[in-house]
Ligand binder design. Sequence first.
Ligand code: SF4
Length: 324
Amino acid sequence: MLRKSSRPPRRSKLDRLLTAPEIAARRERLAEVIPLLRERLDPCLLCPRHCAARRTRGQTGECGLDDRLRVASVARHGGEEPPLSGKQGAINVFYSGCSLHCRHCQNWPLSQRQVGTDLTPAALADRILRKWLQGAHTLGWVTPSPQIVPALEAYVACLDQGFDLPLVHNGGGYDDPEIIALLAGIVDLWLPDAKTVSPERAAAIQDAADYPQHNREALEAMVKQVRAGQARAVIVRHLVLPEATDDSRQVLEILWEAFGNRIHISLMAQYFPTYRTENHETLGRQITAEEYDGVVAFARELGFRHGWVQQHGMEHGIPLCCLP
Ligand code: SF4
């Protein structure tokens, strides 16, 4: 078993370490769940696209992936929400490929061009464990859904070495609730996006008119796990876009009506035009401080108290409850 050398950081109830019984229970659960998920890999039904690609036969799905594990980077990142990155940072695994096709994707070379390196689950586990030995608060998986099977196999190899950081599932919020349910007792912190509640905008921007419906169902499945004590929290991220503050307000209203303060929200200000929005008539600029501050004020008016906001142009950091 690997041993860590660094002095342990202070932790909250969100980023506390897994106990030995929790690790044992998780390994048992993974042994049940991985074969069930593998059954949905070919023909692939792992995300709401249900594109049925024959991935084990080399076909690529709408996410651009076959059955190989492809990872863009494994890095420690200090700019996540405070309980996720703390002082030592989060170990973020950026998976290549994505089943959404957001025209403004801020990580588009990874998500839309599948930039990355093919790894075995054991090689990915090795990279994660090396970062763990340097100290970190959480393990964050960024866009893991299409590669959930090899990602979980790598996670098992980490747990076999005593890996005890909480697992964060950071995705676009376009997930099948049945898959989310299978991950109960494995994911500690859900970190989904809520991009829009408008099917028209979702069709135009994400190439997925059914995004709002699946997003709602996925969030319900995640919140259910928190209520059942199977996960610690759901932190819903929303990226404020230019000329779209009405849409942001609708997203917040629906989240408030459905979940109230049972979720944390994280309002993001860092949008910049890229990929297919550089000359777009509404998405071709950054947001203004006025646009962002208006959305933050609206969240406060609704009653949200758990979550974080950014200072315009800076990383996550200010607790919502601390705003005047
Ligand atoms: S994960 Fe990829 S291959 Fe599987 S259904 Fe979704 S888009 Fe298709």
